[in-house]
Design a protein around this ligand. Structure first.
Ligand code: FES
Length: 213
């Protein structure tokens, strides 16, 4: 809280409590992500960098993606004006948040540059294995379940961060960034989120597992 708000809270406790109650009640029918995005917009409108630094992480924690934050800013252009949006983006860049690191880079290689990569001899794999590897530009996880090869893109469906090899646990894969957890057999998200891992194309040729990436 700013020094001024702190001062007013002491000088006019009843009025200020009513103000804070109003702010809390005003958004009670909004889901947390929408409410947090609106708070970010109000901080940009007031051009308070500290406010953006405080509320942007809340919006991300509530599930907003970097693209959603940018869309919210752009949609508010009639109220904010372009210069405040540029100012906000400068503040966001300075925050150096991993969620915004992918912006401007292709999320995945274009299919034109994708090729098949040899990963491992099929005979070397055992039931329940989870093998972490790099296929072209992609990090991936190969599993063998009930005799069937399944390869997951190791980039998290939440915000696209690369899940490291250490994220592979007994029967599951856990993304360390926001703790989304995925079932190793199905790729379904079992905790933290609601999107499954992406399955990459794979095939077996001459006893070798090949993955497209
Ligand atoms: S990037 Fe958020 S849980 Fe993986």
């Amino acid at each position: 809280m700013s020094k001024a708000l702190d001062y007013l809270l002491k000088a006019r406790p009843d009025a200020m409590q009513a103000y804070f109650t109003f702010l809390k009640k005003a958004g009670e029918h909004l889901d947390p992500k929408t409410a947090a995005l609106i708070s970010v917009i109000t901080k940009v409108h007031a051009k308070t960098a500290n406010g953006v630094r405080q509320y942007l992480p809340r919006a991300l924690k509530a599930g907003a993606t970097a693209d959603e934050v940018i869309d919210a800013l752009l949609m508010a252009m009639p109220a904010l004006g372009f210069s405040k949006i540029v100012w906000a983006i400068d503040v966001i860049i300075e925050m150096n948040l991993p969620e915004f690191a992918h912006v401007g880079k292709p999320a995945t290689p274009s299919s034109a540059t994708e090729t098949w990569h040899e990963v491992a001899p099929l005979a070397s794999l055992q039931e329940g294995d989870a093998k972490y590897f790099q296929a072209g530009a992609r990090k991936a996880i190969l599993t063998l379940n009930s005799g069937k090869i399944v390869v997951y893109d190791a980039h998290c469906p939440h915000k696209g961060n690369a899940i490291p090899e250490s994220g592979i646990a007994e029967g599951s894969i856990v993304c360390p960034f926001h703790e989304w957890k995925f079932d190793l057999k199905s790729g379904e998200c079992t905790a933290g989120g609601n999107k499954p891992l992406t399955v990459l194309p794979s095939k077996i040729e001459n006893g070798i597992v090949l993955v497209k990436g």
